[in-house]
Design a protein around this ligand. Structure first.
Ligand SMILES: Nc1ncnc2c1ncn2[C@@H]1O[C@H](COP(=O)(O)OP(=O)(O)OP(=O)(O)O)[C@@H](O)[C@H]1O
Length: 710
């Protein structure tokens, strides 16, 4: 029997609310003033997984009805199920139904396994890993990658593969100092892995890195007992080879080691990673690092010092890869676990930790928590101190961001219950950057004049930011026509071209790149000496982030902004186009509650793409509203992880008529299915509700039938 779920839908189920019989929604309560800035999802690539189980995305929502007496009709979303390729969290479905044989991580050819680094990412990772924070989808919304869960699959193991190509090296003014651990780790961590499990955390780390394990262990114990500057410096030297802390690092590390939740705002490239890595090493247990992008997680995992074994759980992993990570976690072989925020929707994931101690949760790109930030992400709403405490017994949180307004900071700190005194913030604009604004009537002409001006003509590394892709093409051509060689860069270019441009720029073979916001995330270049904003950035945070790409080597650098009325009004109108009105929200709420999508104790589904069209609101907005309905003062529903809603079955062995006599599930499927060329196509929540089981149980049962060869 093959199953192929192929509909984009969301999952809704009802369980008793926290407060019984909550009042109906007063109109004013649901009004939203603004919505997250985002753009439509790009088309996902064709599925490369098990063809028998193709799936589509939907909001994996489990909605809980507030009162059983309120529902009128059962779920009826069949008209909403439209076939689209996967943009869901495949790990959730795969964990249930993917029966393909476990894929063993393959070692790269001609690589001596004994020379692999602990954090090596095996060859199932793309040969050309995206640079840190590279935007994969439509520009302007880097949070999208994880929501959809598409992209290439990575296999995540604790090991590092030889030397990285130039483009993947970490940005730094100076060449990155190799820690003692890194040097040693190249010499055979795999051989030692078998024995490691019986060693303690620090023994294991010290030993596998080849450090003097006694000294290393002593340094950890000393820092744990007394996180003084001296003790932490000793550890810093031993692990990273650095001789001093940068601004904000010591304070942040001390607070986290002391178990105090902390808000850390440091500019990009200032060394935030170290602020969770050292405490993770010092404290017993596992540290969870929540990160919004798979590419970011992969990058951070790769850059973990070898003495900090890491792991990763992402939507791009196969079932086997995720299981391997979980096994390591259970065996105590992971100190830092990178997870996407969507994981916190999944009760299965939360239960994995069981008796595992979580030392603290580090929230990277913490501004995604705030609806007022430049990159709000609904799934980050789930990262609340109260939830983390209740579900994972975590008491300490470290929120990290490079740019946040005070309003955003307030929201983050409120959500994570970080006391005001624990805000550590250094200046977000470097002293060596000079900022200029030029009021312009003709931006093209002014740009050319600027580029040819005596003060800027010798600048060696220049980024010109445009708002729209078409502008980048036009500006690039104009500059080239005027004897300034430039390359355009935007997210619609093929990934290979983008990587190539970034690589050539990083190696100073291209002087000028004209780019949209897609260029720069994870850009590993310290000597950018001129950033020009051809178009106004959308927000101050975006401006700070982009200008922060200049002058990282400490040399005097320049940032110019061309300001013109036309762009200002255009951007302002686009800002309003992101809004959603009360009418649309009420329509959605009526559909969910009054029209009876939700039945008590039942899972129901909402197809996110079609619902988004129907209610004229972006998918992120839809998800935000549903998340608020769950996490608000009254729990009206319970969201489930994204799930494929439509399933297609084919019976190989036993005829379905025969099976249905023995199995009520098959009987129900036959009753509720449409048949297409011998395939049975049905709605998972509808069948699950009819039989009285959860969608997960249903998929498990199908999996068993498949195992039996049916
Ligand atoms: N105390 C230190 N001394 C010397 N180098 C350091 C120190 N702390 C961090 N670094 C180096 O600074 C570089 C940037 O660090 P890191 O990637 O942690 O910055 P970040 O703030 O996380 O940047 P981003 O915002 O881009 O993620 C790394 O190469 C790291 O090794």
């Amino acid at each position: 029997m093959d199953s192929d779920s192929d509909s984009a839908a969301s999952h809704v189920s009802s369980t008793p609310p926290r407060i019984p019989n909550p009042k109906p929604f007063p109109r004013s309560q649901h009004k939203r003033k603004s919505t997250p800035k985002s753009q439509p999802f790009p088309s996902p690539p064709p599925s490369s997984g098990d063809p028998s189980i193709n799936s589509l995305h939907g909001l994996p929502l489990k909605i809980h009805r507030s009162s059983s007496s309120d529902h009128h009709r059962s779920t009826s979303f069949s008209t909403l199920f439209k076939a689209r390729r996967p943009a869901f969290d495949p790990s959730d479905l795969q964990s249930i139904v993917d029966l393909s044989p476990p894929k063993k991580p393959t070692l790269p050819e001609r690589v001596d396994p004994s020379k692999l680094h602990r954090n090596w990412i095996p060859s199932s990772a793309p040969p050309e890993l995206p640079q840190k924070r590279l935007r994969f989808s439509s520009e302007g919304n880097f949070v999208r990658l994880n929501i959809n869960g598409y992209g290439r699959r990575y296999s995540f193991k604790n090991g590092r593969k030889g030397k990285k190509p130039l483009r993947f090296r970490k940005r730094s003014g100076k060449p990155r100092t190799k820690s003692a651990g890194e040097n040693e780790i190249e010499m055979g961590c795999l051989e030692e892995e078998e024995e490691e499990s019986c060693l303690g955390d620090s023994q294991m780390q010290g030993r596998s890195s080849g450090l003097d394990s006694g000294r290393f262990e002593e340094a950890i114990v000393a820092a744990r007992e007394d996180p003084s500057e001296v003790n932490l410096l000793e550890l810093l030297r031993l692990v990273y080879g650095h001789s001093s802390f940068r601004d904000g690092q010591l304070e942040a590390i001390q607070k986290v080691v002391a178990g105090e939740s902390t808000m850390l705002v440091l500019p990009t490239g200032a060394g935030k990673s170290l602020c969770y890595q050292l405490p993770a090493l010092i404290l017993p247990g596992v540290t969870l690092v929540v990160s919004p992008l798979v590419a970011l997680m992969v990058d951070q995992l790769k850059h973990l010092p070898s003495v900090i074994p890491g792991g990763l759980l992402s939507s791009n992993q196969t079932n086997e890869e995720a299981s391997a990570t979980l096994d390591k976690l259970r065996e105590g072989k992971i100190k830092v676990l990178f997870v996407s925020p969507e994981r916190f929707l999944n009760e299965g994931f939360l239960s994995v930790f069981g008796s595992t101690i979580i030392s603290f949760v580090a929230v990277d790109e913490a501004h995604c928590i705030s609806e007022w930030s430049h990159n709000f992400r609904p799934s980050y709403l789930r990262l609340r101190a109260s939830i983390l405490r209740a579900k994972l017994n975590v008491k300490c949180m470290l929120a990290m961001t490079a740019t946040a307004t005070s309003k955003t900071l307030q929201e983050i700190m409120r959500a994570l219950e970080i006391p005001a005194v624990n805000l550590i913030q250094t200046c977000q604009i470097r002293d060596n950057i000079q900022l200029f604004v030029i009021s312009s009537g003709n931006r093209l002409k002014d740009l050319l004049m600027l580029m040819k001006s005596s003060s800027l003509v010798d600048k060696q590394s220049v980024i010109i930011y445009c708002k729209f892709q078409v502008e980048t093409d036009m500006v690039t051509k104009y500059l080239c026509d005027n004897n300034i060689l430039a390359k355009g860069y935007h997210s619609s270019l093929p990934a290979r071209d983008r990587n190539r441009i970034q690589e050539l720029f990083c190696s100073n073979k291209i002087r000028v790149v004209v780019a949209t916001v897609a260029f720069g995330m994870g850009l590993d270049k310290s000597d950018v000496d001129l950033v020009i904003h051809y178009s106004l950035p959308e927000s101050l945070e975006e401006y700070v982030q982009k200008t922060g790409r200049a002058g990282r080597d400490g040399r005097l650098s320049f940032c110019h902004l061309l300001l013109d009325d036309l762009t200002y009004y255009k951007l302002r109108s686009l800002l309003y186009s992101d809004g959603v009105d009360e009418y649309a929200i009420n329509k959605l709420l009526c559909e969910i509650f009054s029209d009876g999508i939700v039945q008590d104790g039942h899972a129901s589904s909402l197809v996110k793409e079609s619902a988004s069209r129907k209610f004229d609101m972006k998918e992120e907005v839809l998800l935000t509203i549903l998340t608020q309905l769950e996490l608000g003062d009254v729990q009206y529903l319970h969201l489930l992880p994204q799930l494929n809603v439509t399933c297609t079955l084919y019976f190989h062995k036993t005829p379905p008529d025969l099976l249905s006599k023995k199995d009520i599930l098959i009987a129900t499927i036959m009753k509720k299915s449409e048949t297409k060329q011998g395939y049975f196509v049905f709605d998972i929540p509808t069948v699950a509700n009819t039989v009285g089981i959860t969608p997960t149980d249903l998929l498990n049962k199908l999996k068993n039938l498949k195992l039996l060869g049916n």
